[in-house]
Design a protein around this ligand. Structure first.
Ligand SMILES: Cc1ncc(COP(=O)(O)O)c(C=O)c1O
Length: 393
C-alpha cells in the first residue's frame, strides 16, 4: 500500500514537470526552423564562451590527476576561495564551513528546497520568477504560493503585507531572486530586512537567489542577505558561476547555509550528485580568484545589450517596456493588445526568426509579457531588434 502511494506521488510530480517542459517554445520551434535562421534570445544564456584562463585551469586540473571523488561539500581549496571572495565582497565575514559547492545554481536551489520543505508544506514564491523553482517545489510534493510584485513607475516593488498574508503554519520558505529573472528587479535592503524579520518571527526560511548579484548596471554591489543576516539565521543563499563567469555548461555553483548544516548538506549531496566534478572546481577557483576583470566585462557586455535592446523596443509603438532593467540579462515587456504570450512568441518566431520566451512561463499575471535575453553580441542583437521592429510595427 505504501509503495503504491509513493508511486502515485512520483508519477503525479512527473506529469506536472512534463507539462512545463513540453510547452517549451524552443522545443516546439526546433522542428519548424533550422537553428541557423533563428536568433535565440529565449534562454537565460549569453553567447560568450568561458574565458581561456578558466578553461586552462580546468584542463590543468584534469591533466594533473584531479579526477577522484570530491568532498561532498566541495574541495577545501574552492570552498576557502569562495569564503574569502564573499568575505571581501560583503560586509560580514563568511567561513568556508558555510559553503557547499554544487553543480550549478539549480542544484543549490534543489538542496535548499529539499532541506526546508516536504510533502504538504508550501513555499511562498515572489514572482515574476524563473519557472524552475516551481518545478522543484512540485517535485518534493509541496505547494507553491505566489506573491506577485507590483509594477508601476518605480518599477517592480514588493508589498510585504501580501507576503505576510500568503504565509501560514505550513509555510517553510520564502523564495525570491534579486536581481530577478525576468524582471532584473533588485530588492532594497529595507525590504530584505522586513523579509528577514518575518522569517525570524515565523520560523520560515529565506531562500535568496543571488545568481545575478554581480550584474548590476547602477550599483557596484547588489544588497546580499549575507550583509544583514547572522550565520545561524534560517537563510540560504544560492549562487552560480553560470552567468557572470560565462560557465553555464560547466555546471558550477554554491549554497551558503548556516554552519550547523554543513554535515547535513554533505549527506544530502552524497545521496544526490555525490559531489561536484573535481577538476571543474579548480576552474571555479581560477574564476573566483582571477575573474574580476571578466565579471566587469560581462556586466558591460550586458549593459550594452540592454541599451541596444531597449533603444529599439522604445521605438516600437506597440511595445510597453515600463522601465529599463537595471540588472541581469533580460528585457521583460508587454505588447499592446497581446494577451497570449505563447502565440505571440510563435508568431514572432515565424515572422522574424527571433526567439523570445513567453511571459506565462514566469507566473500567473505575466501572460501579456515577453522576455528577451540581451546578453548577445551587439551586431547580432542589432539584427534581431531590426527584425523585431519590422515584425511588431
Ligand atoms: C534566477 C536564476 N536562478 C538560478 C539559475 C540557475 O543557474 P545555473 O545555470 O547555474 O543552474 C538561473 C538560470 O537561468 C536563474 O535565472
Amino acid at each position: 500500500m505504501l509503495e503504491d502511494q509513493n508511486l502515485t506521488a512520483v508519477s503525479g510530480a512527473r506529469e506536472q514537470i512534463k507539462s512545463i517542459t513540453l510547452e517549451n517554445i524552443a522545443n516546439i520551434a526546433k522542428d519548424a526552423f533550422s537553428n541557423k535562421e533563428i536568433i535565440p534570445l529565449w534562454f537565460g544564456e549569453g553567447d560568450v564562451t568561458t574565458p581561456d584562463f578558466i578553461g586552462q585551469a580546468i584542463c590543468d586540473a584534469l591533466k594533473a590527476g584531479h579526477t577522484f571523488y570530491s568532498h561532498q561539500n566541495g574541495i577545501p581549496e574552492f570552498r576557502q576561495t569562495l569564503a574569502t571572495y564573499l568575505s571581501g565582497l560583503n560586509e560580514k565575514p563568511v567561513g568556508m564551513e558555510r559553503i557547499t559547492v554544487t553543480s550549478g545554481g539549480m542544484p543549490a536551489i534543489m538542496l535548499a528546497v529539499q532541506l526546508t520543505t516536504g510533502e504538504g508544506d508550501n513555499i511562498v514564491i515572489i514572482d515574476p520568477v524563473w519557472p524552475n523553482i516551481t518545478g522543484i517545489v512540485q517535485m518534493v510534493g509541496a505547494e507553491t504560493r505566489s506573491v506577485r510584485m507590483d509594477l508601476d513607475d518605480r518599477g517592480w516593488t514588493l508589498d510585504m503585507e501580501k507576503v505576510a498574508a500568503a504565509c501560514d503554519n505550513r509555510t517553510r520558505a520564502i523564495f525570491f531572486a534579486s536581481p530577478g529573472n525576468p524582471t532584473g528587479a533588485i530588492l532594497p535592503v529595507a525590504v530584505q530586512k522586513q523579509l528577514l524579520a518575518l522569517g525570524r518571527e515565523k520560523g520560515i526560511w529565506i531562500i535568496s537567489d543571488e545568481v545575478y548579484c554581480r550584474m548590476s548596471f547602477t550599483q557596484p554591489m547588489v544588497p546580499s542577505f549575507l550583509d544583514i543576516s547572522e550565520p545561524e539565521d534560517r537563510v540560504l543563499i544560492v549562487n552560480s558561476l553560470s552567468k557572470s563567469w560565462s560557465m553555464t555548461g560547466s555546471r558550477l555553483g554554491w549554497l551558503v547555509h548556516p554552519p550547523s548544516l554543513e554535515d547535513t548538506l554533505a549527506m544530502m549531496v552524497q545521496y544526490t550528485t555525490s559531489g561536484t566534478t573535481t577538476y571543474l572546481q579548480y576552474g571555479g577557483i581560477a574564476a573566483i580568484r582571477d575573474g574580476e576583470d571578466f565579471v566587469k566585462y560581462m556586466t558591460e557586455y550586458c549593459r550594452t545589450g540592454m541599451e541596444i535592446a531597449c533603444d529599439a523596443l522604445e521605438e516600437i509603438p506597440r511595445v510597453i517596456l515600463h522601465r529599463r532593467p537595471t540588472a541581469a540579462m533580460y528585457a521583460f515587456f508587454e505588447i499592446d493588445g497581446m494577451t497570449d504570450s505563447k502565440q505571440a512568441c510563435m508568431d514572432i518566431l515565424a515572422s522574424s526568426k527571433v526567439g523570445l520566451a513567453p511571459g506565462y512561463f514566469f507566473g500567473r499575471g505575466s501572460e501579456k509579457f515577453l522576455r528577451l535575453c540581451y546578453c548577445r553580441a551587439p551586431e547580432q542583437l542589432t539584427v534581431a531588434m531590426e527584425r523585431l521592429k519590422a515584425a511588431l510595427s
